[in-house]
Design a protein around this ligand. Structure first.
Ligand code: NAP
Ligand code: GCO
Length: 268
């Protein structure tokens, strides 16, 4: 029987993390590398791929960076073929690339709504579709979709994001349902409120030096009474990328410091 620790080992695996040059994607890829995997990442901007390669090198990781847009089916197909040739077939895909637009719904244009859906929902479909054939051939694969609190909850100004992340939860369940027989597991991670550039506007200090009201709101909504860090997601991601989770399929693992369990801080 294998040791429990060895079931988390990713030696020999190739992990592709979309939008992995900084933020959550960078932390997840770093965790996979520390568990033994070879890292591949992409971004739409060449300068960010360059910066990402430098950041991985600083961590002692020899990553492979590619420039492509996850919403462009042609670019994705060509890039996956290139990655398979230059590095090898992808064993672990993390659909991390994502954007948010905080605009009241009645002021949002359909073009803005579509752009969020395109990157946050169509992108994961296009990426998964591109890696599935090799995974089906190998009869093994892990797909991790980065979902959100907004896969479960709504809030003002984030209609497109919530629609996309709710859809991503169901895409996760459907990939699990459709490809489980090929020993492919598709799960989600639902991060709580994590301190990254994406959430920086919600944490900006007020002109008098006090906390942003949204920052205070999140502290009060989180039993852990703090924002999460990208590092908080590393262990859960290694679990879902490794054979330790081979019978976990179609699940969204919320890593939220308890937000979804909590009604919120009682007024004093
Ligand atoms: P971030 O700091 O904004 O990073 C997102 C990454 O995705 C960036 O590298 C971005 O590159 C890339 N990207 C955007 N559009 C792309 C495209 N079309 N093709 C390729 N790459 C693209 O965000 P984050 O906070 O690390 O979030 C990462 C993921 O976690 C997102 O899916 C987000 O929705 C989700 N999430 C975040 C939080 C949180 O609290 N931070 C919580 C729950 C879920 P550019 O810089 O070039 O745009
Ligand atoms: C927002 C935030 C969120 C988080 C995250 C929560 O404006 O409410 O940006 O949507 O980024 O996805 O899990």
């Amino acid at each position: 029987m294998k040791s429990v620790a060895s079931t988390f080992d990713l030696t020999g695996k190739i992990a592709l993390v979309t939008g992995g040059s900084y933020g959550i994607g960078f932390a997840l890829a770093t965790a996979f590398a520390r568990a033994g995997a070879t890292i591949v990442f992409n971004d739409i901007r060449p300068d960010l791929v360059e910066a990402g390669l430098e950041a991985y090198a600083k961590e002692g990781i020899k990553a492979h960076g590619y420039v492509f847009d996850v919403t462009d089916e042609g670019q994705v197909a060509a890039s996956i073929a290139k990655i398979e040739k230059e590095v090898g077939a992808v064993d672990i895909l993390v659909n991390n690339a994502g954007i948010i637009k905080r605009i009241p719904m009645h002021e949002m244009t359909a073009a803005e709504f579509r752009q969020v859906i395109d990157i946050d929902l169509n992108g994961p479909f296009i990426m998964a579709k591109a890696v599935l054939p090799a995974m089906m051939k190998k009869k093994a694969g892990k797909i991790i979709n980065i979902c959100s609190m907004m896969s479960e909850l709504g809030r003002e100004t984030v209609s497109a994001y919530a629609a996309a992340k709710g859809g991503l939860k169901m895409l996760t369940r459907n990939i699990a349902s459709e490809y489980g027989e090929y020993n492919i597991q598709c799960n989600g991670i639902g991060p709580g409120y994590i301190a990254t550039p994406q959430t920086a506007p919600l944490r900006e200090k007020q002109s008098d030096g006090s906390r942003h009201p949204f920052d205070s709101f999140i502290i009060a909504k989180t039993p852990a009474a703090r924002w999460g860090t990208p590092e908080d997601l590393m262990g859960p991601a290694v679990f879902l990328a490794s054979s330790a989770s081979d019978f976990v399929n179609g699940h969204v693992l919320y890593v939220d410091g308890g937000i979804l369990a909590y009604i919120g801080k009682q007024p004093k």
